[in-house]
Design a protein around this ligand. Structure first.
Ligand SMILES: *Cc1c(COP(=O)(O)O)cnc(C)c1O
Length: 409
């Protein structure tokens, strides 16, 4: 364990927007002995996690769990409902939307990449009217799916998924709505059923506070129906066999047993009524986001997200002034203060860094991370207008969380 040896005192600050820090309670649950995945105990665990994860997606329909990273669940979603050469409308919010678009091309689909020009699209959420206009022009209904990223992890911008649903409905278009909420689920509000989403893709290592290694497809009845005639090759990813075996809590192949122990624990933690359930989860991420943005403003720096209506509650992208290499700043913060921040990806490489406020997090760990940022930026020659640490302290002190977990306990 070289990094633990290298930093023998205190915990590393894993302040990237996924993998997020894993609570000790979850790590302990995962350390239980691995059991027979065909035995009677496993079926109980399987049913428990399937029920819990459906509550987190806010769906009454099946959620498929894959032993794969989020990228695998992206492929699963496309492969189950589409056929070779199908047109799909994908919206460019940032780097992850771009990667999903590239995957669609590799799978033999014909993705059309819609968005605002240049960097503007990477600073705002989805523009649902553009989707509506495009779908209205598609009178032959050649477009089979609309794909949108809910929380764009490369920028810290969320997208209004309900607005996209309404745009598709307003165009009276039958395309499926497919949403990547890999980093949004269990931190930012998300309603698979109420928002009329056909396939939601998510992963374990962000809001669910688990290590990387499992990922999800939440599916609508319409998506399941479509999958029966879709022609892209699918075997490992095929929903039908998994949904069938899941009815008794099992999988057609060996599932990720110990990560499922962790998932059961994560569901208990996130859904616990005595801790306020999902509304409290969403509220605390919103609040952390506000505290971090107060710091960025006090530093006199720009937030990557240019539309306050869609600030991400999960992470904040901090733009560096001209002439400053954001990755060099990150390196100083890592080497001097043992804190990892997210790098700029794709079009914003070197221009910004990302502060994650998700996973095993609280006001004081966040204050520590902000202190690391402030010290590291000063050491790197970034001219700061004032103290972000002071601004965040003032914010957290004057805005107590709605659900006080100590009082609740
Ligand atoms: C993390 C992430 C992915 C990729 O997931 P992997 O687990 O790295 O394969 C895709 N989309 C978004 C929005 C993400 O945050």
């Amino acid at each position: 364990m070289p990094t633990l040896d290298f930093h023998p005192t205190g915990r590393h600050f894993l302040q990237i927007p996924g993998p997020s820090p894993v609570p000790d309670r979850i790590l302990r649950a995962m350390s239980l002995p691995t059991i027979d995945h065909r035995g009677p105990e496993f079926g109980v665990l399987g049913l428990q996690v399937l029920k819990g994860i459906a509550q987190i997606f806010q769906t009454k329909h099946p959620v498929i769990i894959y032993p794969a990273s989020g990228t695998g669940a992206w492929e699963a979603a496309l492969a189950n409902v589409l056929s070779p050469g199908d047109q799909v409308l994908m919206y460019e919010t940032g780097h992850f939307a771009s990667l999903w678009n590239k995957m669609a091309q590799r799978l033999g689909l014909k993705p059309e990449f819609l968005g605002l020009p240049g960097i503007e699209g990477w600073r705002k959420g989805v523009q649902a009217h553009l989707i509506e206009e495009r779908l209205k022009a598609d009178t032959q209904h050649a477009i089979k799916a609309v794909c949108v990223v809910h929380n764009e992890t490369s920028t810290g911008v969320t997208s209004n998924i309900l607005a996209v649903r309404k745009a598709i409905d307003a165009a009276r278009h039958p395309a499926l709505l497919m949403v990547d909420s890999i980093s949004g689920l269990a931190s930012a509000e998300y309603k698979h059923d109420d928002w009329g989403v056909d396939v939601t893709i998510s992963g374990s290592q962000k809001g669910l506070m688990l290590p990387p290694g499992i990922s999800f497809n939440a599916v609508s009845p319409k998506a399941i129906e479509t999958s029966k005639s879709a022609k892209l090759p699918k075997a490992f990813w095929a929903w039908d066999e998994i949904i069938e075996m899941n009815k008794s809590g099992y999988w057609p192949y060996t599932p990720n047993t110990n990560l499922l122990y962790g998932l059961a624990e994560a569901c208990d933690m996130l859904l616990a009524p005595e801790h306020g359930g999902l509304p409290a989860v969403f509220e605390r991420h919103q609040r952390w986001g506000e505290g971090v943005r107060a710091a960025v403003r006090a530093w006199g720096l720009e937030i990557q997200c240019a539309d306050p209506a869609v600030y991400s509650p999960v992470l904040t992208g901090v733009m560096m002034p001209e002439g400053i290499d954001a990755d060099a700043v990150r390196r100083v913060i890592y080497e001097r203060f043992d804190c990892s921040l997210g790098t700029g990806l794709g079009k914003v490489k070197g221009r910004m860094f990302r502060i994650g406020h998700l996973g095993d997090c609280n006001d004081l760990t966040l204050m520590g991370a902000l202190a690391g940022c402030e010290m590291g930026m000063k050491l790197s020659g970034v001219k700061l207008a004032g103290s972000g640490v002071q601004a965040a302290m003032d914010f957290f002190a004057s805005h107590p969380a709605v659900v006080n977990l100590k009082k609740a306990a």
